[in-house]
Write a new protein. Structure first.
Length: 413
């Protein structure tokens, strides 16, 4: 059990238009359980009061019983407020409650005779004593709730002096233990749900911040780099080298932004999932590559595909563009076309560069350079698609990726 209060009270001092401060918010994931338990505490106290009035004449030490009931009343009041507000939600207070409850139950042996204790429930009623079990279960979960139920139930059995195994007529200990288990499970489930919601909120906030930064970078840095690259090529001479460097940095920055967006989508799928169907828009994922040397044509409507398929297609496109940049020639342009064919999506990556000499790819594989084979063809085939290369010397290069939207089990990695 944690030594720190489980309630995290966040004082929200935002003022309304009328100047009234907002109420503090109980951020404890099991806060509703704590508050509901205090309603049960009140009802069980009223029952204990009625029981005390009804049986007081049968007790041997009536004045002592009323004095102890005064202690019970004070503890009920202070604990109820403490748990409701939050300052009592810690292991020290809960342990003290178990001790107080068991102590009051043990006092039955003093305020009443053995015959009365055997034929009646333990003073000051088992119902009120269950509050301690509930507190432990909410704070520490089902295991400690069961243990607390055994302690409280065992105290009742000790007072009676004999364990009654006829649970059909006396199910007190069964009910107490079951209460600790049920409330503990509810508390544990509430905490798990809260953790998932908190994780989803953090992911959403991070994704929103990435989107904001991406817009800022796109509207500022990328536009300036593109201008430098374009003007540098127009001026020529030594400035052409500066233009080449600016263009390279622009492409790298665009890909960095795109990678950040994809990472966010993967986090969503691994945790609570992307809202809706867990798919990403392939058209939007490829539009980020557009610049003065890369043209992207895609449907105006989203082209949704499963996230894993979208990531692999995008990675293959990145490698195809890298090949264009490094091998197609300094003035080569690339063109990306996205087609939505219903069951399949087709992505074409074409350039107007120098092309590839026949046999060059096979030679690269024989030399151990597997960039095309692994980074492009391998990626597309891993999601059940096909990658077709069309090239000739001086005629540019075109990749066509055809990928089914849904994979069959036999075609998955």
């Amino acid at each position: 059990m944690s030594s720190e209060p489980s309630a995290r009270w966040v004082a929200q001092m935002r003022h309304t238009e009328a100047g009234r401060p907002a109420r503090a918010v109980d951020a404890d994931p099991v806060g509703p359980l704590w508050r509901g338990a205090q309603i049960f505490r009140l009802l069980s106290y009223l029952y204990a009061l009625g029981f005390q009035i009804a049986i007081n004449d049968d007790l041997e030490h009536r004045a002592v019983a009323w004095a102890l009931f005064g202690l019970l009343t004070a503890w009920t009041l202070v604990s109820g407020i403490g748990y409701f507000i939050g300052f009592a939600r810690n292991r020290y207070w809960v342990t003290a409650e178990v001790v107080v409850v068991c102590g009051l139950m043990l006092s039955t042996s003093y305020v009443a005779d053995a015959g009365w204790a055997w034929h009646n429930q333990t003073w000051p009623t088992t119902l009120w004593a269950t509050n301690a079990v509930i507190s432990v279960a909410i704070l520490a979960g089902p295991t400690y709730g069961i243990l607390a139920g055994l302690v409280v139930g065992g105290t009742s059995t000790f007072v009676k002096g004999e364990l009654n195994l006829n649970f059909g007529r006396n199910a007190t200990i069964i009910v107490i233990v079951a209460t600790g288990m049920a409330v503990g499970l509810a508390a544990a489930n509430a905490r798990r749900t809260h953790e998932k919601l908190s994780a989803a909120a953090r992911i959403a906030a991070a994704a929103e911040e990435r989107e904001r930064l991406s817009r800022e970078v796109h509207d500022g840095v990328l536009q300036v780099l593109a201008l430098i690259a374009r003007r540098g090529r127009e001026i020529g001479g030594p400035t052409a080298e500066l233009a080449s460097l600016a263009a390279e940095q622009e492409r790298a920055l665009r890909r960095l932004i795109s990678d950040a967006g994809d990472a966010g989508a993967e986090e969503d799928l691994d945790g609570v999932g992307v809202p809706g169907t867990g798919e990403l828009d392939l058209a939007a994922a490829l539009r980020v590559f557009a610049d003065d040397r890369v043209s992207v044509s895609a449907p105006a409507d989203p082209v949704p595909v499963p996230a894993r398929i979208g990531h692999e297609i995008r990675a293959a496109v990145v490698n195809a563009l890298d090949n264009t940049h490094h091998h197609a020639g300094p003035d080569a342009r690339a063109f990306i076309l996205v087609e939505d064919l219903g069951d399949d999506v087709v992505v074409s990556v074409r350039d107007d560069g120098v092309g590839i000499v026949e046999g060059r790819l096979a030679q690269a594989v024989s030399q151990g350079r597997l960039g095309v084979a692994k980074s492009i063809v391998g990626r597309i085939e891993s999601v059940g698609g096909t990658a077709v290369l069309d090239t000739e010397p001086g005629g540019g290069t075109e990749w066509e990726f055809t990928v089914p939207r849904r994979q069959t089990e036999g075609r998955r990695d």
